[in-house]
Design a protein around this ligand. Structure first.
Ligand code: NAD
Length: 355
């Protein structure tokens, strides 16, 4: 069978994960093209790819204009890994060009753009996979299976907390970071992964109340905050996000608490099972924990394309965490709880401060 050809748009700090994901799926796919407005970034990405897959030398096309990459008939899947704020437009153009799309997170910074991506991908029958790669962790998969089987009984509450630190250099090295137009803050950029997991496990939220602030970092968006969620199933959720924790990343945890089960995943970045106690079941211990989760996401996408099924984190799934973060933003702006569904809201609505 012909290998799927991948084109990657945006060759910044996350691109090595995408390159490695293509290499590790080389039985199904290969890199055909790179795009970045800065040619040196493409050269660096090309060199990195060649190091792992020496056979491709000279066959990777390079474009400084993403529209040219989209015109390339050889490409089946386009990865959009540019800065956040411009991704929805590129994703929509890619779908118009008939490409399947792997979209870095967050999939959009407004509900409107997320809806447009959902609509277009469904109308055209093209696949969209959003990079919430933590869902592919074997213990997250197992946890989802247990929750869906009802092993936890009545779900009572869940907590998601990201207690991290981002340096001033992190923000000053890339001026888009921490802006409302192109990024968002601790919830939209960093905590969105654990929020995606929380929603995947606990179901639809009904109402959200949040308080956020910009405490220590010289950015427009929030650097810390907390939110309380009422889920449609009656359970309560707590979300805490900070990039201000002294002096460095402390932990990222997710706890699911039900009538018959307690699971707490912790470590610096959800990388350690702290408690796995589900009534009537043996404690779960994964055999092996994969290090490059983007690899599993690419494998899932290749299978979705070949077998014409939805990827695990399709566009509808990708919108869920974006909508919750935007609800957190709206609540902190208005000082009031926000009922879901949120309706039209964008990070740009945060410009200008309190409503
Ligand atoms: N899934 C994850 O765990 C994960 C981790 C880190 C970053 N990310 C996401 O990946 C995205 C990129 O983050 P990063 O840290 O690599 O950022 P970065 O600033 O290092 O890289 C962004 C790249 O996009 C390029 N770019 C900008 N405009 C472009 C355009 N019009 N066409 C082509 N290229 C363009 C820039 O030149 C730059 O090389 C962010 O949205 C971030 O949220 C996801």
């Amino acid at each position: 069978m012909e290998k799927l050809k991948v084109g990657i748009i945006g060759c910044g700090s996350i691109v090595p994960k995408h390159l490695k994901a293509v290499v590790e799926n080389s039985d199904k796919m290969e890199l055909a093209a790179l795009c970045d407005t800065i040619p040196e970034k493409m050269d660096m990405a090309q060199a990195e790819y060649i190091k792992s897959d020496g056979t491709c030398q000279g066959r990777i096309k390079k474009y400084t204009d993403y529209r040219k990459l989209l015109e390339d008939p050889e490409i089946h899947i386009v990865t959009v890994a540019t800065i956040s704020g411009i991704r929805p437009k590129i994703a929509l153009d890619a779908l118009d060009a008939g490409k399947h799309v792997i979209l870095e997170k967050p999939m959009a910074l407004s509900t409107k753009e997320a809806d447009e991506i959902i609509k277009k991908s469904e109308e055209k029958g093209l696949k969209v996979s959003v990079c919430h790669q933590l869902r592919f962790l074997p213990y997250m998969m197992k946890l989802k299976e247990e929750v869906d089987l009802g092993a936890f009984g009545k779900l009572v509450h869940a907590s998601a907390s990201m207690r991290w630190n981002r340096s001033d250099a992190y923000y000053s090295s890339a001026p888009w970071r921490g802006t409302w137009e192109y990024d968002g803050g601790a919830f939209m950029n960093q905590a969105i992964h654990v929020i995606d997991l929380l929603l995947w496990l606990m179901g639809e939220p009904e109402r959200v109340y949040a308080e956020t602030g910009t405490f220590l970092k010289k950015i427009e968006a929030e650097d810390a905050g907390a939110a309380v969620i009422r889920f449609k199933n009656g359970a309560v959720g707590i979300v805490e996000a900070s990039v201000c924790v002294y002096p460095e990343n402390l932990e990222e945890t997710l706890g699911i608490f039900g009538e018959n089960g307690t699971v707490l995943i912790g470590g610096k970045a959800l990388n350690k099972i702290e408690v796995w106690n589900v009534k009537g079941k043996m404690p779960y211990e994964p055999k092996e924990i994969p290090t490059n989760l983007h690899m599993l996401l690419y494998e899932d996408m290749a299978d979705a394309v070949v077998n014409d099924r939805q990827p695990l984190v399709n566009a509808r799934e990708g919108k869920r965490a974006v909508e919750l973060v935007l609800s957190i933003y709206k609540s902190s702006l208005t000082g009031k709880p926000v009922d879901m569904p949120l309706g039209d809201f964008s990070t740009k609505d945060m410009l200008g401060g309190k409503m």
